[in-house]
Unconditional design. Structure first.
Length: 331
């Protein structure tokens, strides 16, 4: 095993053997405002459909006081993978300039895998069975599990002499953090295209996690994708310019393990931390890729779903504007 990989694998092994309780997760409570504004519609349009992601509560976040303000009727429905979707359909005459304001209060907890955080093995809580486990082993449109991807993934774990699924996932993580640069210049980044990321070796969080998730799945390790918004570490209030995404993988030894490879690349001092943890400075809106909404959109499944999505007479409507703001509550 290489010295570099061994240096990062040793803390994992020691954590699994630790006798103390896991550290108390940090929490953050804030309000979040999500506003969607519909642009002018193409001439002759009959009707508009609009979908917004609605945050869902889970083990890492509580969602309260959800308020929707808009002038037209809407529904909130359940979608695959535990996602929730706001949907409305209106005649064109009511659509141009239409705004939908969604406001909610969130409490986000630091997500740490108990075993990797230093808890006793017996203290790991029993996790509910994920009914979508087969999906987390399947390819995405931009993350195929073809022979070339499997070959590259196998090369990584073989070089690291990784044997267990946990060791393999750690070797993949270290490979991604070491070889991909956080760089949003040029074109091609931001789609989560594994071949782009493997060729260019740069991109944003979607590109980092396309490689991590794809390599894990190629080796039979379930891995899942989540997307939402980041919050600056400093408490306060302000506008959020863009999304953030992250990943988790599963082993029988550890259960689900949170990973944030792009944040680790941006801040090398937290490289060890982000293998086994997500900080509290985020909010999740949806899980999974190649998403079918509820009710179904007419177009192809969405690569990922974090911004407003609209169709005019069943065709993609571009130019829907999203604005996002947060305000911390308390300290």
């Amino acid at each position: 095993m290489s010295a570099t990989i061994l240096r990062y694998l040793l803390p994992v092994g020691f954590a699994l053997l630790a006798a103390g309780p896991a550290p108390t997760p940090r929490t953050r409570t804030f309000t979040f405002d999500y506003t969607a504004t519909v642009p002018a519609l193409p001439t002759g349009t009959d009707s508009l459909e609009l979908w917004l992601p609605v945050p869902h509560p889970d083990a890492s976040q509580d969602i309260k006081q959800l308020e929707i303000k808009t002038k037209v009727p809407y529904t909130i429905t359940n979608a695959p993978f535990g996602n929730k979707v706001l949907h409305l359909k209106v005649p064109a005459a009511q659509a141009a300039g239409l705004t939908v304001d969604m406001r909610f209060q969130a409490t986000r907890r630091e997500h740490q895998n108990p075993l990797l955080a230093g808890a006793k093995p017996s203290s790991r809580p029993t996790e509910p069975t994920d009914p979508n486990m087969a999906r987390w082993l399947a390819p995405d449109r931009l993350v195929p599990l073809d022979p070339k991807i499997k070959e590259w993934a196998q090369e990584v774990v073989t070089k690291a002499n990784a044997k267990t699924d946990l060791e393999k996932a750690r070797a993949i993580y270290e490979h991604v953090v070491s070889t991909v640069t956080y760089d949003k210049t040029g074109q091609g980044w931001g789609r989560g295209d594994i071949y782009y990321a493997c060729d260019a070796r740069r991109g944003n969080c979607t590109d980092f996690h396309a490689v991590f998730i794809g390599y894990c799945r190629a080796l039979g390790i379930p891995a899942r994708f989540s997307i939402g918004f980041p919050l600056p570490a400093e408490r306060g209030a302000g506008e959020i310019k863009g999304y953030h995404c992250w990943a988790e993988f599963y082993t029988k030894q550890t259960g689900w393990v949170p990973v944030d490879a792009s944040e680790a690349a941006k801040d090398p001092s937290r490289r060890t931390y982000f293998f086994g943890a997500h900080d509290e400075n985020r909010v999740e809106l949806t899980r999974g890729r190649d998403l079918v909404l509820a009710p179904h959109q007419k177009s192809s499944p969405l690569n990922y779903f974090v911004y407003p999505y609209a169709e005019a007479d069943g065709k993609l409507l571009e130019g829907v504007k999203g604005q996002f703001r947060y305000e911390d509550l308390g300290k």
